[in-house]
Design a protein around this ligand. Structure first.
Ligand SMILES: Nc1ncnc2c1ncn2[C@@H]1O[C@H](COP(=O)(O)OP(=O)(O)OP(=O)(O)O)[C@@H](O)[C@H]1O
Ligand SMILES: [Mg+2]
Length: 346
């Protein structure tokens, strides 16, 4: 692996009684994306603030692009982009003027700054609103303008703290594409997110942060494998066939089957992957059980997150199912609900 573009060792930071960072170690190899995941208050933003020179740690060391964050903060600032840093989106300038201003602050010629501004406005779906003052922008539009501002100078190392919170699905995906292009061009990225599918899609490596510490680290697949938990899910066409279907599945189950009569769904924990799925289909067929839907479900990052940071659900215990699975009746995860709340704040 190439050398670390971002590295942190033993970062500690307290605010009064709160140990926001309790010994954070991180390293992000050049040209890769690290996704920082963690529940509210885990220390993600504090980590980003330390690494981007906005906050001094009480202890520990950090460097960005090989430059010591504590010794040479000015140098570090010239090498990084941070979403939120230029949220000084000037309300009374137009979208285009905002981006041009950033370019000119970074010594781009007026022409180059305008060209870059137009390119970004197009990429972020703001071309039509480019000539309007930012004061008239919606929350999602401001968020995109802010991100575009962080990208004006194509810094080698970027920090994005919850870049897509508050964006609708279409704009979120558009931003993912922009981020993927950046990374393909060699940018190193540290990204915090509450959207696990975002980490799954964008991050090479994931660090799960909890109570100011990194409690797990690996690729999405490694983290999923770590908690195990393959299951077969079958939805039968007719709920009268549920008992027969359970009978067919039982020999393959390595734990208790779960039956949800209202959705006609049976879930059984299994091992053996696709082979089991084929066997199960044969067994169901032999009993003439009509299958509406069947699939092998591997754990999602949601499952990983909840299993690792079990206490995430503490403040939400009253909303949990009896089996401790923090999914609400509509299937939205606790993380999703948290994200939803944040969204409401944007
Ligand atoms: N300036 C501050 N003054 C006091 N406490 C702070 C300050 N900044 C952070 N904290 C506390 O430090 C802890 C970590 O906060 P941080 O903002 O880093 O969490 P986070 O992981 O970014 O959470 P979220 O998902 O809600 O954004 C929290 O308990 C928070 O209340
Ligand atoms: Mg935060």
């Amino acid at each position: 692996m190439s050398e670390a573009a971002i590295s942190a060792e033993g970062l500690v930071r307290t605010f009064g009684d709160v140990r926001a960072l309790d010994g954070v170690d991180l390293d992000v190899p050049e040209g890769t994306v690290l996704g920082l995941l963690g529940p509210n208050g885990a220390g993600k933003t504090t980590t980003v603030r330390v690494l981007t020179t906005l906050l001094r740690p009480d202890a520990g060391r950090a460097s960005v692009a090989g430059v010591d964050v504590l010794k040479h903060p000015d140098k570090v600032r010239s090498l990084i982009g941070l979403s939120g840093q230029y949220a000084a989106v000037d309300e009374y300038l137009t979208g285009r003027e905002n981006l041009q201003m950033v370019g000119e602050l970074y010594q781009m010629s007026a022409r180059a700054a305008k060209a870059r501004a137009d390119e970004l406005l197009e990429q972020f779906g703001l071309a039509d609103a480019a000539g309007r003052i930012a004061k008239t922008y919606s929350g999602g539009m401001r968020r995109r303008l802010d991100l575009a501002a962080a990208l004006v100078v194509r810094p080698p190392v970027m920090f994005l703290d919850e870049p897509t919170t508050g964006l609708d699905p279409r704009n979120r995906m558009a931003l993912w594409v922009v981020i993927e292009q950046l990374v393909a061009a060699g940018t190193t990225l540290l990204l915090t997110t509450q959207y696990l599918e975002e980490a799954d899609r964008l991050a090479h490596d994931i660090a799960v942060v909890d109570r100011g510490r990194v409690i797990a680290r690996g690729t999405a697949d490694q983290l999923k494998a770590q908690i195990g938990g393959e299951r077969v899910e079958v939805v039968v066409t007719d709920s009268a066939a549920l008992p027969l279907a359970v009978e067919a599945l039982t020999p393959y189950a390595i734990g208790e089957p779960t039956v949800e009569p209202h959705t006609r769904k049976i879930t059984v924990p299994v091992t053996g992957g696709a082979r089991v799925l084929a066997d199960v289909i044969r067994e169901l067929d032999a009993r003439e059980v009509l299958i509406h839907d069947i699939g092998l479900r591997r754990p999602t990052l949601d499952d990983v997150f909840l299993s690792l940071t079990g206490h995430v659900t503490e403040s939400e215990t009253d909303e949990d199912d009896e089996d401790g699975d923090a999914e609400s009746p509509d299937g939205e995860s606790a993380a999703g609900r948290r994200a939803g709340r944040k969204k409401a704040r944007v």
